[in-house]
Design a binder for this molecule. Structure first.
Ligand code: PMP
Length: 420
């Protein structure tokens, strides 16, 4: 285990796959932003499935809809056949998310996981362009399957492939306003210089906020420059919005209002609503048409319960109430972190984030780990991310009650102070 060594997990180690964020207890129930363990201890959950549980554990709207679906013997699984739940989800998504933005993108259901969506985006971009290379960015995280792992920057994860991962050009990810343009220009120049040996890429795949990579927030100007470069060299511009869409930043997509028009948007995690697995790509119609029906298939491409819960999740976007709350709660999170960062003199802590994804970069992975352990003992679940695990990532459910948010922030800031 990454954070704690515990007898219970040693016992399980041979039977279950290792997961890097285990806690030394066994959780038994959960509601909104709280999980309760077997011993009856309640924890505020600032981890929340890494962007899966945006609407909280056991969200009552979704739970009711799912129970009704089960009681009515709804179609739980149907491969690619049309079902009422699939149709209702698609119609709600188009009406709530696409139409208000004037988007005419097609929905492609990809499977249960984010990696399925990224993998499919890579495959389609290669088919559309007939090119092999793909551009990804430093500290990016896009999944664990071979193609998505090739895009992922983290060397520890890459090493699991055993051999070098190919066909990826890695450019620096940029967070500073006005920064990073030179690196893009240099790459552009290399592409037009035959002696560089570089061939034009099929796609540029980018996160707007690198959630696993350390809560690194890209500047909108740089993202627009990446998009422009992609267009200029005939590559697809792909946004992996898997962790930070579905309202996380205070709007449905993390890039709303930035003047971006991606060819493909990868979604997973939060769109299933309840933790029910669902991954999909939104694809411009001209690219979507390049795949013949049945050319890219998969068994678990959205199951009935995921469509039912996912449709209920969309009801949160019918008005601006939740997004207004997200922006306000996000500011509270950021100011609590900034206060503790300022107190930690000589430590140069940095706070980064947007909306309800906020990171406290404590620079030192061992320190972050000690704080996370202390938070756990005080009743808060929070996980480290970024290189060497040096950033404490706060990604609570968007629906977290004010009291729980206050309690979680107090535990976290108290744990940081007491660990200094
Ligand atoms: N892209 C991003 C931005 C992610 O955060 C993740 C998961 N952390 C993935 C892709 C991969 O998703 P999954 O683990 O469901 O395959």
């Amino acid at each position: 285990p990454y954070i704690w060594e515990m007898e219970v997990f040693e016992k399980w180690e041979s039977e279950i796959r290792g997961y890097s964020r285990t806690y030394p207890t066994v959780f038994a129930s959960a509601s909104n932003a709280r999980q309760v363990d077997e011993a009856g201890r309640s924890y505020v959950d600032f981890f929340a499935g890494a962007g899966v549980l945006n609407f909280g554990h056991n969200n009552p709207r979704m739970k009711r809809a799912m129970i009704a679906f089960l009681e009515a013997d709804g179609v739980a699984h149907s491969l690619d056949m049309a079902t009422t739940t699939k149709r209702d989800f698609i119609e709600a998504f188009v009406a709530t998310v696409l139409e208000p933005r004037g988007l005419t993108m097609k929905l492609q259901f990809m499977g249960p996981t984010g990696s399925n969506a990224v993998e499919a985006a890579l495959k389609l971009a290669r088919k559309v362009t007939g090119r092999r290379e793909v551009v990804a960015f430093t500290h990016g995280f896009h999944g664990m399957t071979l193609g998505s792992l090739a895009l992922t920057g983290n060397e520890f994860f890459r090493a699991a492939a055993g051999v070098p991962l190919e066909n990826v050009v890695r450019l620096p990810f940029e967070t500073a306003p006005g920064g990073g343009l030179q690196a893009l220009d240099d790459y552009r120049a290399q592409l037009s210089d035959v002696s560089s040996g570089l061939s034009a890429p099929a796609a540029f795949v980018v996160e707007t906020i690198q959630a696993e990579g350390g809560v690194n927030v890209a500047s909108a100007e740089w993202l627009r420059a990446v998009q422009q470069l992609a267009h200029d060299v005939g590559a697809l511009f792909v946004i992996d919005d898997i962790q930070v869409a579905c309202g996380r930043t205070g709007s449905y997509f993390s890039f709303d209002g930035m003047g971006l028009d991606p060819d493909i948007i990868c979604l997973a995690k939060g769109i299933g609503g309840y933790g029910t697995p669902l991954a999909m790509n939104l694809v411009k119609p001209e690219h979507d048409a390049r795949w013949l029906p049945g050319e890219h298939t998969g068994t678990f491409r959205g199951q009935g319960l995921s469509f039912v819960a996912g449709k209920e999740a969309l009801t949160y976007f019918e008005d601006d109430a939740l997004m207004t709350e997200v922006r306000a709660k996000g500011e509270r999170m950021a100011s609590a972190l900034l206060a503790v960062a300022q107190e930690a003199e000589g430590r140069s802590f940095v706070v980064r984030g947007r909306g309800m994804i906020q990171g406290l970069d404590v620079v030192d992975g061992a320190f972050a780990k000690a704080v996370a352990a202390e938070c756990f003992s005080r009743g808060l679940l929070v996980g480290p991310c970024g290189s060497g695990g040096r950033v404490l990532k706060l990604i609570p459910p968007l629906t977290i009650p004010d009291d729980d948010l206050t309690e979680g922030l107090e535990i976290l800031t108290g744990a940081v102070r007491d660990t200094l």
